[in-house]
Design a protein around this ligand. Structure first.
Ligand code: ZN
Length: 166
């Protein structure tokens, strides 16, 4: 199958049968992405693992062109159940592939994401493919900002010795 066919097939597959489509009832973080150039909208909702470092659940909803919706579906498959660091690196590698600064190495053999590079022939649609990843970056950043201060808070203030029992 040519790269072009693979590209069309992959997008069609995820458009017909989107994975992780919907909204989580009680997400830890929800973000919205909007691509005014094309009119794409993505709403991401995420739940994180109790260690704070894994994507336990992720769902997307939205409307827009098939590239944006298929890319969102592929992204949820790629990051669900994995560590935040891995999601970061997958996103970085995918962006590099789409913007022509990377070869697709580091996509952990994710064929669907690799096939999406067919979009590069339509530069105006690259933003559609990247939209869900931008929303994911925002969600992870929001989560880290919200969870870090609590994690680094000392268990007891320094110098707080238990009072001597007299
Ligand atoms: Zn679009």
């Amino acid at each position: 199958m040519s790269l072009d066919d693979l590209y069309k097939e992959t997008i069609l597959d995820h458009t017909r049968e989107p994975r992780n489509k919907g909204e989580l009832p009680e997400p830890d973080v929800a973000t919205r992405g909007h691509n005014p150039l094309c009119g794409d909208e993505i709403l991401l909702s995420l739940k994180f693992g109790s260690d704070g470092e894994t994507v336990q659940e992720i769902a997307f909803s939205g409307r827009g062109c098939s590239i944006s919706q298929a890319s969102a579906s592929m992204m949820t498959v790629g990051v669900k159940g994995g560590r935040l660091d891995a999601a970061d690196s997958l996103g970085r590698n995918f962006k590099a592939l789409m913007t022509g600064t990377g070869s697709g190495e580091g996509l952990s053999g994710n064929d669907d994401l690799e096939a999406l590079q067919g979009v590069k022939r339509f530069p105006v649609r690259i933003k559609c493919a990247l939209l869900p990843w931008t929303a994911l970056d925002e969600a992870i950043e929001t989560w880290r900002r919200a969870s870090r201060p609590a994690m680094s808070r000392p268990l007891s203030a320094s110098g707080d010795h238990p009072a001597a029992v007299s």
